[in-house]
Design a protein around this ligand. Structure first.
Ligand code: F6R
Length: 281
């Protein structure tokens, strides 16, 4: 786990966009795992700007989103495909056929979606970089507290806290769905690299429990402690309950000086250095 604390949400978005850009540049056929929610929106905006400015192409990229609500009426504005199109897909050169969400077609048995999604991820070669937010209750994807740490993509009943948190985005006459299909915790932690973003004081407790608390299914993000390549990027309010903040800053300085001495560009996140081909792990 490498925890980077930056002054504000803008800096978090810029650094996160840089990491995604590094991945796409080093591996133009990369498989990205993507998140919805308010946290990554600013990062997507920067990726769109970098694409428009030239030099960042998503033409060979494949994406798998973490989750999708189940039982939404067709064309619902709450749908995550719509979210992804609005914030990213419609503004870059990605092939829509290569963008995947765990969607359940009308009339289909939702229980078949998870295994098919797992097959699709496997056939694509696995996820190279998974982007995550974190719920105030510690969820990643829609793996709510109590989710098995060995879970795979499946139907999940949302916790009341999640329903309440996400209701803030509802338009008039819309109701918050209570079910979703989500990548499991084992699906997420099978990604070769993981980038978790959190901004705002309302995430501080969840962040501290995830990275300085015990590994427990009651706080699903704590499962990331078992993963060898996790980059956590926080703004100061989201980091405010971490006990080891000074140490994380110190580690970062060391990483930067190692990168300066042994290779790695100034614009590149020292964590990203692609000297190891994780596909061989
Ligand atoms: C989104 C997702 C969720 C969010 C989390 C934080 O696809 O799976 O885990 O990342 O609920 O949401 P925001 O960013 O809205 O605070």
């Amino acid at each position: 786990m490498e925890i980077l604390i930056l002054p504000d949400a803008d800096a978090v978005a810029a650094r996160a966009a840089g990491i995604v850009q590094d991945m796409v540049s080093h591996r133009p056929d990369a498989v990205l795992g993507l998140a919805t929610g308010s946290t990554p929106v600013a990062m997507y905006r920067r990726l769109v700007e970098r694409h428009r400015a030239g030099g960042l192409s998503f033409a060979g990229i494949t994406t798998f989103n973490l989750d999708e609500y189940l039982g939404l009426p067709e064309g619902s504005p709450l749908g995550y495909r719509r979210f992804m199109r609005e914030h990213l897909f419609d503004h870059i050169d990605i092939d829509p056929a290569n963008t995947h969400l765990p969607e359940c077609a009308p009339g289909a048995d939702p229980r078949t979606v998870g295994p098919a999604y797992e097959d699709a991820i496997r056939s694509a070669g696995g996820i190279d970089l998974q982007v995550l937010g974190i719920g105030a209750n510690g969820h990643i994807g829609f793996n709510e507290p109590g989710s098995s740490l060995g879970s795979r993509t499946r139907i999940k009943t949302l916790a009341q806290r999640t329903v309440d948190d996400n209701s803030r985005l509802l338009g008039e006459g819309e109701t918050q769905p209570g079910l979703a299909i989500t990548m499991g915790i084992a699906t997420i932690t099978a990604a070769r690299r993981i980038l978790l973003l959190a901004t705002g004081e309302h995430k501080a407790r969840a962040v501290a429990l995830a990275f300085e608390g015990p590994l427990t299914a009651m706080h699903p993000a704590s499962a990331l402690q078992m993963h060898p390549r996790v980059r956590v990027i926080l703004d100061e309010p989201a980091a405010s309950e971490l006990a080891q903040q000074r140490y994380y800053h110190w580690v970062e300085e060391q990483n930067e000086s190692i990168a300066a001495r042994h290779g790695g560009s100034a614009d590149e996140d020292p964590w990203f250095h692609p000297s190891v081909d994780e596909r061989d792990d």
